[in-house]
Design a protein around this ligand. Structure first.
Ligand SMILES: [Zn+2]
Length: 294
């Protein structure tokens, strides 16, 4: 059984999750959240009767800070960190990862993500596409699923798929939307990853932002359509060389209108969506997609 741990990112519920699975060989964790929410993670673990040192295996969907930013702290406590081959070197030596994020987040880095330290090689385990791991009675299969990030893995545990960001962001009663931060957004790869997920025939998708969803076909179809729509919306702005500063408020309006048209009208929920998936970041990510393509 998969348990959702709410990391209370920026003091808000239902924004960033980690996931706990209790195996016959002890608890394992999927995602760590950022280091800024490490205290929340410890509290959540404690409520289940565990300390960080009880976690010997941590499976990351990708190395973005909101998913993997506390992995180094768990590695220090003894955990092995399972990561995509393209994410491995950035966790070992996170300087580049930190500095490139700093170009985006600037003076908000520590507030948002805390800090990061390198993870020793011997604590990192590179995962091949389709590779299966057996921890006690649990089987965990890692599926390379690029599109949101080139270093993305969706983890299958029985009939559940822990999707990271490849299956989008969907909070509470809200709709699913695609998070499109720079630098890896690739629409065609993403759609292929969605097709892979469709073929797995799982019963539940677990989204890091946020929680469990069972209407899988509808969810994936909606996500695919919105991904295509966002990319098409952005294309003329790219072609006309529009300034990102001018595009961002227009895109924000587009996103908010779409949420509102689909029943997300509650201000708190709109804010959770923005915290989990900032609109301005998708502008940068989608522009970059078109730039690479041209
Ligand atoms: Zn991400």
């Amino acid at each position: 059984m998969i348990q959702i741990l709410d990391l209370q990112f920026l003091g808000k519920a239902d924004t960033i999750a980690a996931f706990l699975v209790e195996t016959s060989e002890g608890p394992i964790l999927f995602e760590t959240g950022p280091y800024s929410t490490y205290e929340s993670l410890k509290i959540e673990l404690e409520q289940k009767g565990y300390q960080p040192a009880d976690i010997q295996h941590v499976f990351l969907t990708h190395i973005h800070f909101d998913h993997a930013g506390a992995a180094w702290a768990l590695a220090k406590e003894g955990a092995t960190i399972y990561v995509h081959p393209f994410g491995h070197k950035h966790l070992h030596n996170p300087e580049k990862l930190w500095n490139s994020a700093k170009m985006i987040y600037q003076d908000k880095m520590e507030y948002l993500w805390g800090k990061i330290e390198g993870i020793p090689e011997e604590k990192l385990r590179i995962v091949a596409h389709g590779e299966a791991f057996h921890i006690g009675n649990a089987e965990i299969i890692g599926w390379h699923t690029p599109g949101h990030a080139i270093h993305h893995i969706a983890w299958q545990v029985g009939g559940a798929l822990l999707c990271g960001d490849v299956a989008g962001v969907r909070i509470g009663e809200g709709i699913v939307v695609p998070p499109c931060p720079p630098p890896d957004i690739h629409i065609e790869d993403w759609i292929q990853s969605l097709n892979l997920i469709r073929k797995l025939n799982v019963k539940t998708l677990y989204l890091t932002h946020y929680g469990a969803f069972h209407d899988i076909n509808q969810h994936l179809d909606d996500l695919e359509q919105r991904l295509i729509n966002r990319a098409s919306w952005m294309k003329p702005y790219f072609e006309n060389g529009a300034d990102i500063k001018d595009i961002t408020p227009l895109f924000q309006k587009y996103v908010i209108n779409e949420l509102k048209e689909n029943g997300v009208t509650d201000e708190e929920l709109l804010q959770q969506y923005e915290n989990a998936n900032p609109s301005w970041m998708s502008v940068a990510g989608l522009l970059r997609y078109w730039q690479k393509k041209s």
